[in-house]
Write a protein that binds this ligand. Structure first.
Ligand SMILES: Nc1nc2c(ncn2[C@@H]2O[C@H](COP(=O)(O)OP(=O)(O)O)[C@@H](O)[C@H]2O)c(=O)[nH]1
Ligand SMILES: [Mg+2]
Length: 325
């Protein structure tokens, strides 16, 4: 594969070249990894930036319906929209967006849209890197907005939030008066809470839920990267395409404020540091999985179990002798 040529095609916005490049960054092969790194280096000099929007919500809350309707709205404004997914469980569920492409039927037919399902990979670290690099590829391909979807499972929200300029939490109207067990840590990541399904019989419940979350957001510690009114909660109906224009206006207002006040740049710089740190940690951990390292671990482990060595002496020997950089 001619990497320079592939890079040039991506810069012209070629979606097939983009799809091929994402396949490349997903590959575990060492030669592919080297090519992917070269490609990303080539493309980074273009310094193109999209608005990266993270979107989280439990299954059934309406993420796919929202992305379809919201994406169509953006495309209608002349914007180019890419949709990616982080789903560490996708090897079990068969892919989060893949089955959903039918729900994004209109968007997937748009020239100015690009939808990429999550690869079937269980390792969250691998999914994180692949998604982060796919985002960079979409930016180089000239997309204006990159939507990064995740299902609300464990750490995947953190992964998505650490690669987004703006983080949306999608919720459904609650039956009772209790908050829907949304973890505090996830609430703290949200820039905008969207209470979906605010239509028909669900409207009154949506109104209550929205008020509850607006109240809960006011109780959180103020973040420096927010103007006065943020984070905020609002109602939408993805199905009836209600509130989407307002939601987009809010997102733009927030992003513009952050750009004007230096938080956009600062956040991206912090995210780059975070991912550098993660990459180093993961690469070190991966060394433990090499066959020789495993064999040495096993043998030292037996020594420790026999009482022939102390755990710390064995660890020291392992680190000095076998994991040297
Ligand atoms: N009433 C109503 N139903 C919705 C809305 N958005 C999605 N749904 C329905 O909720 C179900 C799950 O939607 P889906 O987009 O697949 O949710 P996801 O699992 O979060 O991607 C589907 O039956 C949708 O038709 C909405 O705004 N109002
Ligand atoms: Mg879905």
């Amino acid at each position: 594969m001619d990497i320079a040529q592939l890079g040039d095609k991506i810069l012209t916005g070629d979606r097939r070249a983009l799809a091929r490049a994402i396949t490349l960054v997903e590959s575990g092969r060492a030669d592919h990894r080297a090519q992917a790194t070269a490609l990303l280096e080539q493309l980074s000099s273009a310094r193109r930036q999209a608005m990266r929007i993270g979107l989280s919500g439990t299954p059934g809350v309406g993420k796919s319906t929202f992305i379809e309707a919201f994406g169509m709205h953006l495309v209608g404004q002349g914007l180019r929209v890419a949709v990616l997914a982080v789903d560490p469980s996708s090897s079990r569920s068969g892919g989060s967006i893949l089955g959903d492409k039918t729900r994004m039927e209109r968007l997937s037919r748009e020239r100015n849209a690009f939808i990429r399902p999550s690869p079937s990979q269980t390792h969250l670290g691998g999914v994180a890197r692949r998604t982060r690099e796919a985002v960079a590829l979409c930016e180089a391909a000239g997309f204006d907005v990159v939507l990064i979807e995740t299902v609300g499972v464990g750490q995947s929200e953190t992964v998505v939030a650490e690669m987004s300029d703006l983080f949306l939490l999608l919720l459904a109207p609650a039956g009772g008066d209790e908050l829907q067990g949304v973890k505090r840590g996830i609430m703290e990541m949200a820039d905008l809470i969207l209470v979906n399904k605010a239509d028909g019989d669900l409207k009154p419940a949506a109104t209550r839920t929205c008020a509850d979350y607006a109240g809960a957001l006011r109780l959180l510690r103020k973040r420096p990267q927010d103007p006065k009114e943020f984070p905020k909660a609002m109602m939408v109906s993805a199905l009836q395409e209600d509130g989407l224009v307002t939601a987009w206006d809010e997102m733009q207002a927030l992003i513009n404020w952050r750009k004007e006040n230096g938080f956009w740049e600062a956040t991206r710089a912090n995210q780059a540091r975070y991912w550098f740190d993660q990459e180093v940690r993961q690469a070190l951990l991966a060394r433990l999985d090499a066959p020789e390292a495993r064999a040495m671990m096993d043998s030292l482990s037996s020594n420790v179990a026999d009482g022939a060595m102390s755990p710390s002496a064995a660890a020291d020997q392992m680190l000095r002798g076998h994991l040297k950089v």
